[in-house]
Design a protein around this ligand. Structure first.
Ligand SMILES: Cc1cc2nc3c(=O)[nH]c(=O)nc-3n(C[C@H](O)[C@H](O)[C@H](O)COP(=O)(O)O)c2cc1C
Length: 136
């Protein structure tokens, strides 16, 4: 079956660098185990995550994520079958928006700010396409 791509955005509740490192460590281990690949985009206030893999394993992963108190107000943006993975080589690619070049993010800003919960699915997928091509 074609891979399933899931995208959601959420609000950070724990802004510490230690929390972020811990999220990436544990998440990458689970994702490697489950052949899930993807990216987690981190801004000062929000997470946007794109996950790709087996539909059943992606569902279980999303259940784990939903129960994590380090974020809140999770909004599902997309769940689709896709022909191929965008971040096929990354168990969880780490992208922090302050480290991106201004010209990369600029086309995706709303009222001058990165507001993933206001972005349509296609805009988020476009941003992920740009980021995945930079990652390769
Ligand atoms: C923003 C965010 C992204 C996460 N991404 C993943 C992920 O990609 N894969 C995963 O297994 N867990 C992810 N987690 C961690 C899970 O929510 C959970 O803490 C972890 O899987 C441990 O689950 P366990 O206590 O059942 O072992 C994420 C958590 C947060 C807050």
């Amino acid at each position: 079956m074609a891979p399933t791509r899931l995208i959601y955005a959420s609000t950070r509740t724990d802004q510490s660098a230690a929390a972020l490192d811990a999220i990436f460590d544990v998440s990458r281990a689970y994702n490697l185990r489950d052949d899930i690949t993807g990216a987690l985009i981190v801004s000062d206030k929000h997470y946007v995550q794109l996950l790709e893999g087996n539909r059943s394993l992606i569902s279980q992963c999303m259940m784990r994520i939903a129960h994590d108190s380090r974020h809140t107000e999770i909004e599902l943006i997309a769940v689709n079958l896709v022909p191929h993975r965008l971040f096929a080589r990354w168990s969880l690619h780490r992208i922090e928006t302050p480290t991106l070049e201004a010209r990369t993010l600029e086309p995706f800003l709303i009222d001058g700010a990165f507001q993933p919960k206001l972005m349509p699915q296609l805009a988020i997928e476009d941003l992920c396409r740009v980021l995945s091509s930079e990652a390769d």
